[in-house]
Design a protein. Structure first.
Length: 164
């Protein structure tokens, strides 16, 4: 693998909740070792307010966070991506753009907190649950000995993390 910082792209369909949570968390917890991005196959154009609220409550900065299309990261001149992690089952099953450089890919399915209906407290709880699952997976990702693993080993370890 290339030297840090590694570029990581978290993909989801709407890019308003799970992928946003993961992007902000990895950028914050990775302390410069990673440059995380997020995108959606069909972005809804705005970040879910409960995502921003959850991240702020966890002490993570959200300045500059926005909902965007995965096309930005597949366009000519885009930064090369080292890792692509899908966080929703819909995005995992979609036909993705061709990513230059053969990034390591994995699926970390997380239930969609934005799909939860109910009171604001029920919705907040769903966002907290998703955030804690993603945070634990990101912590496991950060603990990997990146320089000692080849792409195939990294892929296997990332997929294992997605089932934890």
């Amino acid at each position: 693998m290339a030297n840090a910082p590694y570029n990581v792209l978290f993909l989801c369909t709407g890019n308003s909740a799970r992928s946003i949570l993961a992007e902000v968390m990895l950028n914050h917890l990775g302390k410069g070792r990673f440059k995380a991005h997020s995108a959606g196959s069909h972005p809804n154009g705005k970040v879910n307010p409960f995502s921003l609220e959850t991240l702020a409550a966890m002490g993570m900065p959200t300045n500059g966070v926005r909902s965007k299309s995965w096309d930005e990261f597949a366009a000519p001149g885009a930064a090369p991506i080292d890792f692509i992690i899908t966080v929703c089952d819909n995005a995992a099953g979609e036909v993705c753009p061709i990513w230059p450089g053969k990034p390591v890919t994995a699926h970390w399915g997380v239930e969609d907190p934005a799909a939860v209906a109910g009171s604001d407290e029920q919705r907040r709880a769903a966002f907290w649950n998703a955030a804690h699952v993603l945070k634990r997976r990101i912590e496991l990702f950060l603990a990997l000995p990146m320089a000692k693993l080849d792409a195939q080993s990294l892929r296997a370890r990332l997929r294992e993390i997605g089932t934890s």
